[in-house]
Design a protein around this ligand. Sequence first.
Ligand code: FE2
Length: 289
Amino acid sequence: MTSAHKVPLSAGVGLRLPHLSEVVASRPPVAWFEIHPENFLANPHACELLDNVARDYPISVHTVGVSIGSATGIDMDHLKRVRRLIDRIGPILVSGHMAWSTHAGEYLNDLLPLPYDDETLGILVSHIDTVQNGLGRPYLIENPSSYVGFGHSTMTEVEFLSELVARTGCRLLCDVSNVHLSAHNMGFDAFRYIDGLPADAIGELHLGGFTAEEDDGRPGATVLVDTHGAAIADSAWNLYAYALRRFGPKPTLIEWDNDIPSLAVLLAEANHANEIAANVLTPETRRAG
Ligand SMILES: [Fe+2]
């Protein structure tokens, strides 16, 4: 099913179960919502409420259990369940992480990193093809939050993502906060990373809160942890403005999954994203989006 809604080039918020009834009842002023399908697959009541929301708002579906990086392959039963939900609500976009989180049928709680080499590239190309065929639509791949790298990687993350786009026709979800915190943790330049991404492939942006913690391996240094449990930092807003200038206006998600605040707080963060877009985008870059 294709969406009855146009893709909004403005900010939306994550729709998590604690806010579902409030959204149905109050119809808050926000351009769109993003959901994790895994929250709804075994919850018929939540699905009914979601149907109600999807009639009036564009919905983006962000999978957290598809695990395109698992060497053991895609869980086709899970993919079929996601497909049924997609066919039911007609989302504007469907996305997932470049990571692995399942092994031998076990679902792990973390999004685990991948080496960027030809062998991994071949596996991910095959898995993205499987996912796009199974879902019957393009899939957006999200850049990870990184804390460690692999010594045998032969490509940068930007080169690896660009190859995935070229070989599969997938699109990219650029998590701007992930770029910022990975740049801090891994020691690369976040702005050059944004410069290197294939701009035509960017279909969505994410902004989430992170937490600074002491780095056990480097006394006196901090590691930024992708907690999705805090307001968006000024440094991430700054990189977001830069990303908008490069990519043009994009649907931008406020991600907040832990210590979830009131809906009003989420809407204020979305409004701030829209204010930044209004300040940095020219009439020409608006059309380019
Ligand atoms: Fe994200």
